[in-house]
Design a protein around this ligand. Sequence first.
Ligand code: SF4
Ligand code: SF4
Length: 333
Amino acid sequence: MTFKILWLQAGSCGGCTMAALTAEDRGLIAALRAFGVEILWHPALSVETGREAVKILEDITSGKVELDALCVEGSAMRGPGGTGKFQMLSGTGRSMADWIRELSGFARYVVAVGTCSAFGGLPMAGGNVTDACGLQYEGDSEGGLLGRDFKSKGGLPVINIAGCAPHPDWITETLGLLATVRLSADQLDTFARPRFFADHLAHHGCSRNEYYEFKASATQFSHLGCLMENLGCKATQAAGDCNLRSWNGSMGSCPDAGFPCVACTSPGFETPSDAFQETAKRAGIPIGLPVDMPKAWFIALAALSKSATPERVNSNAQSDHVVIPPVRDEDDT
Ligand code: SF4
Ligand code: SF4
């Protein structure tokens, strides 16, 4: 018995598929096969096209083929005027939104791959002229294309593998858990994101943590310091174990690459109050403070940390290389 998935691309840049293709050293297909996952059809990976592809969808809606998981990448485009005609599924005369609605009723599980599909994501930014939304969310409000009460045949809401793009392991592990019947409702967080990655903060494990602790901050890209105080890093508020598991087979995360976390796993990340690479502040204090930290504590701790910052940490924070190495006590060795 295989666990059959169908993957559709709605309003998407294709980045989630690109991310999935970097899964593990053995590659996406082998990683999925290890869990018994079979891809019935994927628009970029399957050979079937045109009529042959449509037949696969029709075999599901006629009940001829059972569908274990419908995976949708990209936002649902509901416009114009609720018709969904901004995105038609070629050769069917029907909108993608219409197909997603119907196929969701046949799937044991519905999986939103990426923040666009989960919450609306980048296509919702600005004026949202396409009336884009997520499968079960519109930003942080429940609803979306399928409605807040939707549950798939397996009894779960839409499972949101948030991320723009999500880590490939989040995709393969979620599908693996579903295929082995090990993902239950209590393993989803309040936004229906699998908790195995959403119970972490993206900040956990960042290589800049020593700078964070001392509030020794970068003032420009390429600096080694923490990116939170000046350059907009939101990792202390964002769900994800991005700094605990490597990307691209070795070290690698947004802050590791010198880029602030934009909280891409959060609903509404696409419309920040200020520019992505600037820290919004009020009276000199960042507006977005670490979760679980009352403002007064943060101010007190930051002042204390800054007063105790070693010169080494201060200098290195605003340099693109280590200018003062740690001086070790000889007894240390
Ligand atoms: S750069 Fe971001 S993720 Fe890294 S320590 Fe600073 S706040 Fe945390
Ligand atoms: S570090 Fe932040 S922006 Fe980067 S993938 Fe993780 S949550 Fe998204």
